[in-house]
Write a protein of this length. Structure first.
Ligand code: HEM
Length: 475
């Protein structure tokens, strides 16, 4: 009997001590941790982060804690110790310390589903990172985009014509699929009508699986995602192998895959598996990003007919000035747009998806009197900048005209929808071209009405309930 009492007492003491250490973690030496609460054991403060917020404002999880603790605070999500920083100076310092004091960090589910683990992971540092950026830069440079612009216009037009044949489309998925299929065609010659796998359907299940428990058991969402991921990876691997087999046969315009095949011969740190996963990563990155922005865009444009009117006027002027009425949008037309880029920036400013970018502290980081201990996760919240009332008067209002008065220096410092530092989005220019071109085709040739949905929620990623359903018709 006394053995049982002793064991229970030990267990109680151990659990109490563990709980105390969990709630009040200390930094090494004289370091002071940022203020905050670690929440419940294991769960941390995850539940508060997941409570939906039906506003474009900063998620209340962050807003409330900034009010209570200031712009840097500690917390914990699913057992990870986290420092959240909404301090612009700290954030730009952290972005400048990529690879030195901080490195990219993703949730375990994300790592597994995107194959971001292991030595040769596509999010790796050094040469791997350089290759990742330069390969995408070569294919998404303004010169490359200029050349592809007529194809992009034709692709968007063809897609919109198809949407006109349907009673309605769920716009986030529809735009995501359109962009993904174009990006895949552009980077590796993917043809949705001939390919063995419908890439947008598979990548859509993958994005759903990112929020599921990483349980690889038949019947779970995670298991289904891994199976779908395998199908896409196999398809890309086969495309690569087929191209390699007939490499020397045909002379044609070089896409990402052709370039990668050449690089495989000269760069011995590259492998076929790495190239396949890199391409898969690019396709994944292009999937929901633009779709989410455009989904919020449609909602905001529907609520602001005055913006639609000015947008339509800008594009009608382009059409009127054309010598040949059948010709496509040119690069010069695109560069001449003034109001459309302001609309795009304003939508990007309000989208703020995701709530923060994640990093891992490689070593202890001393900053503004606090210590961020090594191995802690850091959530860099830059959206506070986008909703700062000093910089953006009445920040929750959709007002593209505000951009007319902002100079480029202020914008560069206070507008970071594509992140910052050496990890800044490699598809930023491409995204801006796609968004402006899409708006051009829509306002010049089509009518649209939201027939269902439109309620937004941040949980903490931006979501749109059952989606925003739009009916399209030709003008
Ligand atoms: C509106 C659309 C988009 C937004 C708002 C966006 C946003 C971002 C952000 C914030 C990051 C930085 C992540 C971090 O620091 O942790 C990022 C990285 C990245 N994005 Fe995008 N993105 C968009 C579209 C795209 C597209 C279309 C592509 C590909 C074609 C792309 C490819 C990438 C890549 C490869 C990275 C990693 C860069 C690196 O690690 O050096 N993105 N994006």
């Amino acid at each position: 009997m006394w053995v049982a009492v002793l064991m229970v007492s030990f267990l109680v003491i151990y659990c109490t001590q563990w709980f105390y250490r969990w709630r009040t973690p200390g930094a090494k030496g004289n370091g002071v941790l940022p203020p905050g609460s670690m929440g419940l054991p294991f769960l941390g403060e995850t539940l508060s982060l997941l409570i939906p917020s039906y506003s474009l404002d900063l998620h209340p999880f962050v807003r409330k804690r900034i009010q209570r603790y200031g712009p840097i605070f500690r917390t914990s999500f699913i057992g990870r110790r986290v420092v959240v920083s909404a301090d612009p100076e700290i954030n730009s310092y952290l972005f400048s310390q990529e690879g030195k004091l901080v490195e990219l960090w993703y949730l375990d589910t994300f790592n597994k589903l995107l194959s971001l683990e292991g030595e040769n992971r596509i999010t790796g540092p050094g040469l791997i990172h350089k290759y990742m950026r330069s390969s995408l830069r070569n294919h998404l440079s303004p010169e490359a985009l200029k050349e592809k612009l007529p194809q992009l216009v034709a692709w968007i037009d063809k897609t919109l014509l198809h949407w006109c044949t349907k009673p309605s489309v769920e716009i986030k998925h529809a735009v995501s699929a359109m962009v993904l299929e174009f990006t895949a065609r552009f980077l590796c010659g993917y043809d949705v009508d001939k390919a063995p796998v419908d890439i947008s359907e598979k990548i859509a299940t993958l994005t759903k699986g990112l929020t599921s428990l990483p349980l690889n058991i038949p019947g779970t969402a995670f298991h289904k995602c891994l199976k779908d991921q395998e199908k896409v990876i196999t398809m890309i691997t086969n495309m690569l192998k087929e191209r390699r087999a007939k490499e020397a046969e045909e002379e044609k315009e070089e896409d990402f895959l052709d370039q990668a095949i050449k690089d495989l011969r000269t760069e011995n740190y590259l492998t076929e598996d790495f190239i396949v996963r890199l391409l898969y990563g690019f396709l994944f990155a292009s999937f929901e990003s633009i779709g989410t922005v455009m989904c919020l865009g449609f909602k905001l444009l529907a609520e602001h007919p005055e913006v639609m009117e000015e947008l339509a006027a800008e594009h009608e002027a382009i059409l009127k000035n054309r010598a040949d009425s059948d010709s496509s949008l040119t690069w010069e037309d695109y560069k001449s747009l003034t109001f459309t880029p302001h609309v795009v920036s304003e939508i990007l400013r309000l989208t703020n998806n995701p709530p923060g970018l994640l990093r891992r502290a490689i070593k202890d980081i001393e900053i503004k009197g606090y210590t961020i201990p090594a191995d802690w996760t850091i959530m860099v919240v830059n959206s506070t900048l986008h909703l700062d009332p000093v910089m953006y008067k009445d920040p929750l209002a959709f007002n593209p005209w505000r951009w007319k008065d902002l100079d480029s220096y202020t914008v560069a410092k206070n507008f970071t929808p594509f992140g910052g530092g050496s990890r800044q989005c490699a598809g930023a220019e491409y995204s801006k071209v796609v968004l402006a071109t899409f708006l051009h085709v829509v306002v010049s040739k089509y009518r649209w009405t939201i027939i269902k949905g439109g309620r937004i929620a941040r949980r903490p990623l931006i979501a749109f309930g059952d989606g925003i359903h739009i009916r399209f018709s030709q003008k």
